[in-house]
Structure formats: structure tokens, C-alpha cells
Design a protein around this ligand. Sequence first.
Ligand SMILES: [Zn+2]
Ligand SMILES: [Zn+2]
Length: 368
Amino acid sequence: MSVTTLAAVAVSPDKPFEFREMELLPPRADEIRVKIAATGICHTDVAVKEQAFALPLPMVLGHEGAGVVEEVGDSVTHLKVGDHVVLFGDSCGHCKSCNKGVMSYCDEFAPRNLTGERMDGSTSLVWKGEPVRGRFVGQSSFATQSVASSRGAVKIPNDLPLELMGPLGCGLTTGMGTVMNALKPPPGSSIAVFGVGTVGLAAVIGAKFSGCATIIAIDVHPHRLEMAEALGATHVINAKKEPVVETIETITGGGADYSIECTGVPEVVLQAVNCLVPPGWCAQVGVTPSGITAPIEMDKIVYGRGIRGVVMGEANVSNFILYLAELYRSGRLPFDQFVKFYDFRDIDQAVHDSAGTGEVIKPILRMS
Ligand SMILES: [Zn+2]
Ligand SMILES: [Zn+2]
């Protein structure tokens, strides 16, 4: 049976989100219907709405949803009604990357998560008799109810604070996973984190957790640098006030062993490569609009420095989300320190306060 969902629809870059009561069709065999408790807002949502990342609009965005399963499709066996879930995206379940457990590199990642439609071109959202694009990152969580991919849902223990858990599905997995699964810095090593929003702060926590001796956070917002220090950064650099590469070389006595670039700004990408001591790796995590290039100095690369992209922390996301949830429980992933809750209706304000002014690090929308 169809239900009604209240969704915030991204219609165009220069208009506020449009709230629409829509019909939500029942889940198909491999899908679930989730009552969204809360959802984080990630920079990618904003980039799509503003068309820096030009996906087709109108679309219901949102990809850090957490909620309660209210209906399961006929072939879903690992979830049941009443389960608390964190949503993270759809995958095919049988390509090489899926078989390795790294669903973010699924052959069908883009068509399944970024088109706003299922593989057959259908959608579960209907407004005034017309289909509306949904299923963004398998979920479209800017809505009170969502039909989501069951493969993109992980059950978490019911005693964890559900409204807080959504960002485990993207920002925290990305930051922690990039350190712990992709870079794997040995204890005692040095790491520079460029851009300490949610992903960068999670990377700082991951670096501390990995035993990095020197953790350098770089940003232009003083309050973000303070937060990075509180969470484990041993040094901070305000890029507006200090020469970044030279300061990192001084702190580390030659250069950082590892770096993580979370901003996607070409000039910062160069800094993240040039600050490395050979052999050193930079993980490129920040997303840029397509067509943007960074003129990397070839002699830096030839001489033992490398850069590679990392998506969703190269995690086996189902396992990793559960792992992070337990780290939160034990106090070792205190991301509640940089979260601010908003009512769902205040989504435009939340976007303004985070992506706009940088004041708020991780906004979470409460649905009720
Ligand atoms: Zn995201
Ligand atoms: Zn796949």
C-alpha cells in the first residue's frame, strides 16, 4: 500500500527547498520502507542542489538518513519491521568491488545512486500523478518516509541514539575509513588533514585512533581548528594566516608521511601533495565539479609522492558503520560534539549555517 511522505525537494539552485506531500509507492522485493528519524546534511547534497555537481533536478536529496524499518520487501531477510537502520547507498551486490565488500566502487554505483531512479528508470515518489526523482544514494532521506535499497541499510542496536546516527552513513565513514582502510598510517607517523569539516574531523579522530604521533589540521575557520584540537590534532594551521606547506615541513621536520584532502579546491590539492615527505601518500576525498583540474608538479610525484582518490573510506560499509556505532558508544568517536540539530522545516537555514557560513559543522534534521 502507498503511504504519504513529506519531502524537501531540490528544485533549482536559486530557490529554497520545496516541501511537498507526496505519494510513496510500496517497497519492491529487495527494498524497505523506512520512517526517517533524522538525516544529516552532507556537502554533496548542497553541491547537487546548487548544481556544482549537476545531477538532474527536481530531486529529493539526502543521504545520511537514520530511521525505523516499517515495511520490508518480499525477498528481504536481514531486516525486519522495527529495526533501527542507518542508510548508506545502493549497490549491485555481485560485481568485483561488491564481492570485495567495497560497495562504493560498485560498477553500477552512479546509475543506482545518482540518477534519482532505479535501474529500470522507475521511482517510488509520485506528486500530482507524476514521478519525482528520489532514491538519491539509495535513500533520498530529506523526507519523513523513504523507500530505500535493503542492501544499503545497516541495522544498528536499538539503544543507540537513532537521531544522531545518520552521519555514520557518509561523513564519518568517509573520514575514519580513509585513514583506517586506505592510508593505514603506522603508529608514530605524521598526517596532515586539509579541511576539518565532518570528514576531516573524523579523519583526525581516525588518525589519533591509529596512533599517529603528529596530526596537523588545516582550515580557514578558527572554530573548526579548535574542534580539531579538542578531538586529537596535535597542531593546527590557519591557511589564511600561515604558509601551509612550509609550516607542515617545520612541524614534521621535512614533511608529512600522509595527507588527506577534503576540500576539493585545486590549490589545496597541490598543498596536500607538496607537503608530503617521500614516500608519501595523499588521499583525495573532497569532490570537485566535473572538468576541474589540478596542475600537479610532476617532479613532486616522480620523487616518491602519490595521490589517489578514496570514496566512502573504502569501507565494507555495513561492517564499518556498526564498528563506528560501537566506537561512539564507548566514547572514542565523540562526533556529537560537532553536530547541531534542526527541525526538518528549517533545512534552508541548516544549509546556510553549514555550507554557507561554515558556522555549523554537521547539521542534522529531525523529522518530528
Ligand atoms: Zn555525503
Ligand atoms: Zn556492484
